[in-house]
Ligand binder design. Structure first.
Ligand SMILES: Cc1cc2nc3c(=O)[nH]c(=O)nc-3n(C[C@H](O)[C@H](O)[C@H](O)COP(=O)(O)OP(=O)(O)OC[C@H]3O[C@@H](n4cnc5c(N)ncnc54)[C@H](O)[C@@H]3O)c2cc1C
Ligand code: FES
Ligand code: FES
Length: 482
């Protein structure tokens, strides 16, 4: 049993054990390593000041695939077998890398707090592709906020740096010696433990799913951690992590996507970045919503099962999964069972998931070409914002009449809900403006929204009506998708 994790930071080997294994990556970098170039501003994944690049590798790959992540909501125990690159690690022999130099040349920095995060996010973009256009640059930087310089010089720097030759991280830090070290310990059982002020904390980071289920059977109330984009925020606000943790990050069997027999099957730990790529082909309407999900730093680690199990009534994936009748495969030591997602929520944060159980797979039937599907996310700003209202409307027509209707609303009750009475009313009716106006009246009687900072109950009732009218105009009229 290994009692420490092994990772590299800017090419340096680190063995991390005890209390340090439970620190956020940003705290570890700043406090333990003195790498204070990584800044902490919000501690909630919202500003990108703490962006670092994390290199992971697939089983047989010979190099790391680097992605920008928010280090304030990543924990050390998630990072066994990774190579972390910080803003200090970009400079070689006293020379700034092209992105850093362009930020200087274009005056892209004033107070400087956001600057390392922008530099890391841009370097990450240029790791993925040699050149980016302005749209790709803007999209790639949606997770980074600047409060004083303004974005024009930063975007100019992002475009200008592409004129210079960019040295890839694989050239700066050859992967081979690091991978050789990782290979020696890749299949070890890993259990991390901390004793601090009389309190014991454990994190089990297994490689095999069976070991995870064994740990859950012995610790049925352990907190499951996947990407930690929800848990990390919660832990930072509470200033503590739960006492027993099951980390899924080393379980390769939980990360897969397969499109077959009209459905998309994915492992619980599949990230939104991977799913966004898969849904561009399989269900472009859902991909459009995923493009607005958080920001790249969040999508690279946030997982589908995390979104489902977090059980927020404003979770962006749920309306789609509800109307597509997605199936959740749950596993425990005593076996597997399947649950329709519409039966998974019993109340606010009350799940069908039992202690000792884990979501292992999600099966999503894909929309056929003959059916109509529209998804809606309403938020105060377009990118990196929490939804104030969500909806999914799916219909199949036979001639002029509606043969089948599925409608789900989010942010209008304690859970995402199916508008069953509205669906029943619609079947057999013609798809006309009048039908959808009546459907809107019925739908409003089915929802129970509350007033909160993101909108009043009345506003949400109005949206419930309006999306049904919008669905009609989009599918039967000339209203473009917005
Ligand atoms: C800045 C920011 C922006 C965000 N933007 C959006 C957004 O636009 N839309 C949106 O819907 N959400 C958003 N989120 C929320 C979050 O990113 C998503 O809910 C994400 O999918 C959670 O996945 P995760 O792997 O990070 O979950 P984690 O934080 O690891 O876990 C979340 C919950 O799920 C449980 N869990 C995880 N995996 C499993 C499993 N396999 N089986 C059982 N339980 C499990 C955990 O125990 C925990 O209770 C945002 C979060 C942040 C910080
Ligand atoms: S400090 Fe703001 S995202 Fe981490
Ligand atoms: S330079 Fe001050 S926040 Fe961007």
């Amino acid at each position: 049993m290994r009692d420490h994790l092994l990772l590299f930071i800017n090419g340096q080997r680190h063995e991390v054990r005890g209390r340090d294994a439970f620190l956020s990556l940003s705290d570890y970098l700043r406090i333990r390593c003195g790498l204070v170039g990584t800044k902490i501003v919000c501690s909630e994944g919202d500003c990108g000041a703490c962006t670092t690049l994390i290199g992971r590798t697939a089983a047989s790959a010979a190099e790391f695939n680097y992605k920008p992540l928010d280090s304030c909501i990543q924990f050390l125990f998630q990072l066994d077998g990774t190579h972390v690159v910080t803003v200090e690690g970009l400079r070689r022999d006293g020379t700034l890398n092209p992105v850093q130099q362009a930020m200087v040349d274009c005056h892209g920095s004033q107070c400087g707090f956001c600057t390392p995060g922008f530099v890391m996010a841009m370097t990450g973009l240029l790791e993925e592709q040699e050149t980016v256009d302005e749209h790709q640059l803007r999209t790639g930087l949606t997770g980074n906020l600047c409060r004083c310089t303004g974005y024009t010089p930063i975007l100019e720097a992002g475009m200008k740096c592409q004129d210079a030759e960019h040295q890839r991280l694989g050239e700066l830090y050859p992967a081979e010696p690091m991978l050789a070290e990782f290979e020696r310990v890749a299949n070890d059982s890993l259990q991390l433990e901390s004793q601090s002020f009389g309190e014991r904390q454990i994190a089990c980071c297994p490689v095999a799913l069976d070991d995870a289920l064994e740990f859950l059977a012995a610790n049925p109330n352990a907190t499951i951690v996947a990407g930690a984009t929800d848990i990390g925020v919660r832990a930072n606000k509470a200033h503590q992590l739960p006492p027993a943790i099951l980390d899924l990050n080393r379980i390769a069997d939980l990360e897969f996507v397969k499109a077959e027999y009209g459905e998309l099957r994915c492992g619980a730990r599949t990230s939104w970045t991977t799913l966004l790529a898969a849904f561009r082909q399989a269900a472009p309407e859902f991909a459009r919503i995923l493009q607005l999900f958080g920001a790249p730093q969040i999508r690279h680690v946030g997982t589908i099962a995390g979104n489902i199990a977090n059980a927020s009534p404003i979770a962006d994936s749920l309306p789609f999964l509800f109307v597509m009748e997605a199936t959740l495969v749950l596993a425990s030591k005593s076996g597997r069972r399947e649950v329709n997602i519409n039966e998974f929520y019993h109340g606010y944060k009350k799940l069908e998931l039992q202690p000792g159980e884990l979501i292992v797979e999600i099966r999503i039937p894909l929309p056929s070409e003959s059916e109509l599907l529209r998804l809606y996310k309403v938020s105060r700003r377009r990118d990196l914002d929490i939804s104030g209202f969500t909806a999914a409307v799916r219909m199949q027509l036979e001639g002029d009449a509606i043969k089948q209707a599925s409608i789900a609303f989010g942010a209008v009750g304690p859970t995402v809900l199916r508008a069953k009475q509205t669906e029943r009313f619609l079947v057999g009716e013609p798809l006309t403006l009048e039908t959808m106006q009546t459907a809107g009246d019925i739908a409003v009687s089915e929802v129970t929204p509350i007033d909160d900072v993101r909108g009043s109950a009345e506003y949400r009732r109005q949206l419930t009506r309006n999306v049904l009218l919008k669905f009609y105009h989009q599918t039967q009229g000339n209203l473009a998708q917005v």
